[in-house]
Write a protein that binds this ligand. Structure first.
Ligand SMILES: Nc1ncnc2c1ncn2[C@@H]1O[C@H](COP(=O)(O)OP(=O)(O)OP(=O)(O)O)[C@@H](O)[C@H]1O
Ligand SMILES: [Mg+2]
Length: 496
């Protein structure tokens, strides 16, 4: 079990909605064209001024691009929501958020057609439902199949950020909730109601209740415009027995869907009064989100997460320890070419943000996990060193054994050099005895025994012996003395 999965970039999926009735009746030109590779998109400006003087066409590449013909089921298949749900089941934290100008199809993608969702008769399974109910159903089916490996407990919560206030969509009377920060959890919402779900239908009820309580308003660009950023959080707690240790391993997977409010230009939306105040708040927090995305994409170390509630709560998803998918939504209409260009540029930057998903464990279990990983690494290193030094796997190594090893090598080299010097002296003495006029040369046995007995006096730099004056004998003694000195040095290392 690895506590940290491989780093991964935010996955970006572009969804282009069909022209609306109004856009069609006005005769708007389509300026967004998806390429055949399913990943590239071209934005063609209606006039050169939109992109500056150089070009009227801009190309962007994302992880996937979904065109206006795609129905909700095929968008679900292509957008990666199921991959995130699986990560939550495996104990990781994951987030899918939708971004785009007002009326671009964020809520339709994440939740589905609003009139369908809030209908009392809706119990799931409508073709116009969005990612949340589809993911919730599949997650539940998968979870039932995995129950033999782990016990699961699913809970859910729903909140919105409206005019910079955090409101509990399952408990609106609670008023403005506070965002707190802790070492273990990072930023979190204090006193948020979390509801236990025993079945997929419970999860669906939480989602419907949250959708009903969300702030929605009507303006010229969207009859059901979301006036807040809203989120549904599905907590997937699980426990299983570790095969090796028999311990209980508790994991805290989480899947969050965030439906952002859309950026909006007042001259097009015609918002006024209370809606204008909402628009200001929406645009401000989206501006901060843009700054966070831009700084992360440039690899800067200071990221202004703390500048808005939205970015505090998205901190873990943007450059943090969650897996993340961004759904960038846009209209194909030439009337919104500037907004679409801005969305595509944001999405492009988000694509380069790297997250480092981490298994969500108990803090104490996380520590045990880290220590186990460290022990494993040390064992591997130890094994490598044993192989290099030729020490058998089971043999105990004392702290000084490397020095001992070196001493033994010195000893053996010294012995061998002494033996060789003695043999050479013997051979030379033999030759000289055979040669006339050399009676004083030592006998080969004497020479050999002198040099080897010299070696047996280890620990002394001066070797005792007779035969001084004989150059060959001196040579042999010289060799042996050198090695004995080496031995002394090695012994000194040992005694430290
Ligand atoms: N892919 C689509 N296919 C068909 N209709 C769509 C699609 N996307 C969006 N729509 C319709 O377009 C309208 C606007 O969509 P939606 O409410 O999802 O926009 P939004 O991005 O959430 O806007 P806001 O930021 O104002 O909340 C809705 O009537 C919705 O049903
Ligand atoms: Mg919306």
């Amino acid at each position: 079990m690895e506590a940290a999965a491989a780093p991964e970039n935010i996955q970006v999926v572009l969804r282009v909605r069909p022209l609306s009735e109004t856009e069609r009746s006005r005769g708007d030109r389509k300026v967004v064209q998806l390429m055949e590779d399913g990943k590239s998109v071209q934005l063609k400006s209606s006039s050169k001024e939109d992109f500056g003087k150089s070009s009227g066409v801009k190309t962007f590449v994302f992880d996937s691009c979904v065109n206006e013909d795609a129905d909700q089921a095929s968008f679900y298949d292509k957008c990666g929501a199921w991959r995130l749900a699986q990560k939550a089941l495996d104990g990781y934290s994951s987030t899918l958020f939708a971004y785009g100008q007002t009326g671009s199809g964020k809520t339709y993608s994440i939740s589905g057609a609003e009139d369908v969702i809030i209908d009392d008769q809706y119990h799931g399974g409508d073709p116009r439902e969005g990612l949340i109910p589809r993911t919730a159903r599949q997650l539940w089916t998968e979870l039932e199949g995995r129950r033999s490996e782990r016990k699961y407990a699913v809970k859910a919560a729903c909140f919105e950020i409206y005019n910079e206030q955090v409101l509990d969509l399952l408990n609106p009377e609670a008023g403005n909730l506070q965002i707190r920060e802790s070492r273990a959890q990072g930023f979190y919402i204090e006193n948020l109601l979390v509801v236990e779900c025993q079945a997929a239908s419970d999860l669906l009820e939480v989602f419907k209740e949250g959708t009903r309580n969300r702030h929605v308003g009507e303006h010229q660009l969207n009859r059901d415009s979301s006036r807040s950023h809203s989120a549904l959080v599905i907590y997937v707690d699980s426990v299983r027995l570790d095969e090796d240790t028999g311990e209980e391993i508790r994991q805290y997977g989480k899947l969050t869907f965030v439906d952002l409010a859309g950026s909006e230009r007042l001259k097009y939306s015609g918002s006024s009064g209370e809606m204008m105040k909402e628009t200001g708040s929406i645009n401000r927090s989206l501006f901060t989100l843009g700054k966070v995305i831009a700084t992360l994409s440039r690899g800067e170390t200071f990221v202004p997460y703390r500048d808005s509630k939205l970015t505090k709560l998205l901190m873990d998803s943007l450059g943090g320890s969650s897996s993340c998918v961004m759904v960038a939504c846009c209209s194909p209409s030439g009337r919104f070419v500037e907004e679409t260009l801005s969305t595509l540029q944001y999405a492009s930057r988000a694509k380069s943000i790297c997250n480092k998903p981490i298994l969500q464990l108990d803090p104490s279990q996380r520590l045990i996990q880290q220590l186990r990983t460290e022990i494993q690494a040390l064992r591997a290193e130890n094994m490598q060193l044993r192989i290099q030094q030729g020490i058998p796997a089971g043999e105990k190594i004392m702290p000084s054994s490397m020095a001992l090893l070196r001493l033994q090598e010195h000893e053996e080299a010294g012995r061998e050099a002494g033996r060789e010097a003695g043999r050479e002296a013997g051979r030379e003495a033999g030759r000289q005895r055979e040669a006339p006029g050399s009676p004083s040369s030592p006998k080969p046995e004497e020479t050999f025994s002198r040099s080897s007995s010299s070696l047996s006096v280890r620990g002394s730099n001066k070797l005792n012996g007779t035969g001084g004056g004989d150059p060959l004998y001196e040579k042999a003694v010289g060799y042996a003395e050198g090695y004995a000195a080496g031995l002394d040095q090695a012994r000194e290392v040992l005694s430290r």
